[in-house]
Design a protein around this ligand. Structure first.
Ligand code: B16
Ligand code: MG
Length: 215
């Protein structure tokens, strides 16, 4: 095996909650008359909630907002987002993702999550993956969000392995940068793959099984 563990980002990698993030931010932005589109949304991937808000507010040209008001806006978005997460169920876990995870586990790899989201545990529970991973490092145990490597370094520590033994899987350019900054190899899907941000830029999640065996 080329690696001993795989550390997965959550939103946009294990599940399509990235679309729910977009829809929730869009509702918040519309309510404030702020321009927001999918190109801007791509800059929010992997970025913490409050930093995401600051990126959206680059398009806000009204009177200055207090910190308290900003927290209110982020909370409005999170409430809309959490509401949409209630629809998530194990049926939202694609067969390709589940089969690939099971194959990697059967090959003896440790599997971990490295997500900026404070909603990680709730999402994993909704998907039926509450007890699946060997370690979960998320937005609740970090002080710096991607592109800082903290979330992945903590995940590697939790499974007791050095970054060189772990492969990070990401959909965000900021997440791929975080992986590289921490000394990890990075396999990308989605937006980050299109941008060529990874050591491996995959067309589909299932390519991971070949990558980790070094074949
Ligand atoms: P929350 P990931 C990230 O998760 C999302 O990509 C990003 O869009 C979001 O702002 C961030 O989590 C924080 O999420 O508001 O739920 O705490 O891609 O690192 O799994
Ligand atoms: Mg992501």
């Amino acid at each position: 095996m080329k690696y001993k563990a795989v550390i997965f980002d959550l939103d946009g990698v294990i599940c399509t909650t990235d679309e729910y993030h977009y829809q929730a931010w869009k509702k918040m932005a519309d309510s404030m008359g702020i321009y927001f589109d999918r190109t801007i949304n791509n800059r929010l991937r992997g970025v913490s909630r409050m930093e995401s808000l600051e990126i959206i507010l680059e398009q806000y040209h009204g009177p200055a907002l207090s910190e308290e008001r900003k927290v209110e806006l982020a909370t409005m978005k999170n409430d809309i987002y959490r509401e949409s997460l209630h629809q998530l169920s194990p049926a939202d876990l694609s067969a390709e993702v589940k089969n690939t995870l099971d194959t990697l586990r059967a090959d003896g790899l440790k599997l971990a999550i490295g997500s900026s989201s404070k909603n990680t545990k709730f999402i994993l529970g909704q998907l039926g993956l509450g007890d699946y991973f060997d370690a979960v490092s998320d937005g609740n145990n970090i002080t710096r969000s991607k592109p800082d490597p903290e979330v992945f370094l903590k995940a590697a520590q939790m499974v007791g392995l050095a970054p060189a033994d772990c492969l990070v899987v990401e959909d965000a350019v900021s997440g791929a940068q975080a992986g590289h900054a921490g000394g990890f190899d990075v396999a990308c899907v989605g937006d980050a793959s299109k941008a060529g941000a990874g050591d491996y830029n995959m067309a589909s999640f299932g390519e991971l099984t070949r990558i980790v065996t070094g074949g």
